[in-house]
Design a protein around this ligand. Structure first.
Ligand code: NAP
Length: 314
């Protein structure tokens, strides 16, 4: 199969290469000798990659700390189940699926990927593969940050940083649908995009005073650093700072600071797919490229906003 691999962490996305790799061995997966309990093989139709994946340790080492290069990056996928491993339940060969691949195994920028069945959800026939791949990571991250960790409720105010980006635009849409007042942030050029994705107000972080937004119940942080620290001071007693950038650098005076790493969740993927189908959420895809053009797409000459999705099969 064709796959994108990385071998040199220092090279970043410029070190990505399109190579030939062996197809997953379906017969071995299905046998007891394979010990691949619960795995399925997915014929990948569309794959997503997050910009700073190559900085994550899990791209380079496995769960036992062993070098796993050359590794295949990309963790979001939509495709069709082509083989079932030993002990797999809940999915069928030929089924359309989408989900999140394990961080510490070969990923989805390939014609086939091996994924634990529990990390996949059925994909309705009327949702395009590229759209589905474009909402996996952003949709799950936004859902878990707002509702699982942030416990957002109707009528509350949420400050969503990077509201024109992949995760932020999804958080803005889901929070607004949940009845929250959404204040989005970003650079000046992102204002209209953030408003289009559901923010009621926008703070230009380079020119406006963040402190002018007043008190909020929840901060959804994707930026970290100084912006995160200043945001903690805006949180009402009992409120929460949720961040996806690593251990929190600040805590609200009377509230919680929670960081998390997104996990795949079949029920939440179903909720997200339903919202895509009925138009309550839309994707924020900037570029769609083929696998042959993927390395160039991940090394753009100018900044692209929105996700880059690799369409591997129509
Ligand atoms: N922990 C987890 O589970 C998890 C899951 C998903 C994502 N993440 C992380 O979350 C972060 C965001 O991911 P994403 O896919 O949403 O990225 P993205 O699409 O690039 O969105 C980031 C947004 O923030 C804006 N931004 C960045 N720096 C800014 C600054 N200094 N001032 C104002 N605006 C700024 C960007 O604007 P420009 O485009 O103009 O720069 C963009 O609109 C990444 O670090 C990613 O690794 C973590």
């Amino acid at each position: 199969m064709k796959a994108i691999v990385v071998t040199d962490q220092a090279a970043g996305t410029a070190g990505m290469a399109l190579v030939e790799r062996p197809d997953p061995d379906a017969a071995r997966l299905a046998s007891l000798a394979g010990a691949s309990y619960g795995d399925v093989v997915v014929q990948v139709h569309a794959s997503g990659f997050t910009g700073d994946e190559l900085a994550w340790p899990s791209t380079w080492i496995d769960r036992l700390g062993r070098d796993r290069t050359p590794s295949i990056p990309g963790h979001e996928l939509a495709g069709v189940v082509s083989a079932l491993g030993y002990g797999t339940t809940g999915l069928s060969i030929g089924q359309r699926v989408f989900g999140l691949a394990d961080w510490t195994r070969d990923g989805t920028l390939a014609e086939y990927a091996v994924v634990e069945a529990r990390n996949l959800a059925p994909l309705p026939g009327d949702v395009d593969f590229t759209v589905a791949a474009g909402v996996v990571m952003s949709g799950l991250t936004a859902w878990q940050g707002l509702f699982d960790h942030g416990r957002l409720r109707d009528g509350q105010t949420v400050l969503v940083h990077g509201a024109a980006g992949a995760v932020g635009s999804m958080a803005a849409q889901l929070a607004r649908e949940a009845g929250a007042h959404v204040i989005g942030t970003g650079r000046a050029a992102s204002r209209q995009t953030a408003l289009d994705f559901g923010a009621r107000e926008f703070v230009d972080l380079e020119n406006d005073a963040l402190e002018d937004v007043g008190e909020v119940d929840l901060v959804f942080d994707v930026l970290g650093g100084d912006i995160q620290k200043r945001s903690a001071g805006l949180i009402r007693p009992g409120g929460t700072l949720v961040t996806v950038t690593g251990p929190p650098e600040a805590r609200p005076a009377d509230g919680l600071a929670i960081d998390f790493v997104v996990v795949s969740d079949r029920a939440q993927l179903g909720e997200i797919a339903q919202r895509v189908r009925d138009g309550r959420v839309r994707t924020n895809i900037g570029t769609i490229a083929t696998l042959d053009d993927a390395v160039a797409a991940f090394n753009p000459t100018k900044r692209i906003s929105g996700k880059t999705i690799i369409s591997i099969r129509p």
